[in-house]
Write a protein that binds this ligand. Structure first.
Ligand SMILES: Nc1nc2c(ncn2[C@@H]2O[C@H](COP(=O)(O)OP(=O)(O)OP(=O)(O)O)[C@@H](O)[C@H]2O)c(=O)[nH]1
Ligand SMILES: [Mg+2]
Length: 249
């Protein structure tokens, strides 16, 4: 097990300031430093996040003046994590949908396998909106084609522990600043040859919960992302197949 692993959490926040406190509280109770990214929230929202950063130790608040998107928020968060000398960053959504009890297991996996991406895949309960579940299945089908592999059971889960040495160079070159970010990131990490481990994470959609996901806009953006990634795959096919062959030998 590696002791050189230094883990922080990155929590991108847009219109989820009210659920952020419990997320930060759970992370603080595990002594995990937090980078909270205010992605252009209202002045009231910013004030809530500012107070959270004051209340808990080891919370850094990174602020975007206007809303730039989840991908841009994760990029700013990773930039801050690298600058602060962390080796790994746990991405957690601010809406409190992810089961925080999974964190110690993910942290342990990162310590055991510091070069690998430790990735959640969602175990939904009955609260999941059916349209979101279907959308994920379509995305996962395309991701199998884009990576020429069946090894990625879910490409949209926002609960991941990134090894920064390999993830930051990929992140800096991403095109997607908004919701296609999780998909583009995992496909490009796969193209870069980063190994991945997947574990279930319970996901619950509370009745009064709020989603930023815009059914039409975000699905169109995700379709454009898949088109780009399919074209990218065609150009990389010899490289991808060559790597697969070497791993088999
Ligand atoms: N959608 C969205 N999320 C953002 C943005 N900036 C930061 N975030 C954060 O990114 C995370 C994911 O956003 P959600 O609205 O929960 O989207 P989602 O989890 O893909 O969708 P659901 O499954 O419906 O919850 C949350 O922590 C948001 O607060 C943004 O511009 N758009
Ligand atoms: Mg969510």
């Amino acid at each position: 097990m590696s002791d050189a692993v230094k883990i922080c959490a990155i929590v991108p926040v847009y219109r989820h300031e009210n659920t952020s406190r419990n997320v930060v509280k759970s992370l603080a109770s595990l002594s995990i430093p937090v980078i909270l990214v205010d992605d252009g929230n209202t002045p009231e929202g910013h004030h809530v996040l500012f107070e959270i950063a004051k209340e808990f130790a080891n919370v850094e608040l990174v602020t975007h003046k206007c809303n730039l998107g989840k991908g841009a928020a994760m990029r700013s968060g990773m930039d801050a994590a690298v600058a602060a000398g962390f080796t790994h960053a746990l991405q957690v959504d601010a809406d409190g949908q992810h089961d925080m009890d999974s964190i110690p297991f993910f942290v342990n996996e990162a310590k055991e396998h510091p070069e690998e991406l430790i990735c959640g895949y969602p175990k939904y309960d009955e609260s999941v909106p059916k349209a979101r579940e279907q959308g994920r299945k379509i995305t996962n089908f395309w991701v199998a084609i884009e990576t020429v592999s069946l090894k990625i059971p879910d490409a949209m889960c926002g609960f991941r522990l990134y090894p920064l040495a390999t993830s930051w160079p990929v992140m800096k070159r991403l095109c997607n600043k908004r919701m296609g970010f999780d998909i583009e990131m995992i496909v490009k990490l796969s193209w870069a040859g980063v190994r991945m481990r997947f574990f279930p994470v319970k996901v619950h959609y509370p009745k009064d919960g709020f989603s930023n996901f815009r059914m039409f806009h975000d699905n169109v953006a995700i379709s454009i992302t898949h088109t780009m990634l399919c074209i990218g795959m065609v150009f990389r096919l010899p490289l991808i197949l060559g790597r697969k062959l070497r791993r088999c030998l």
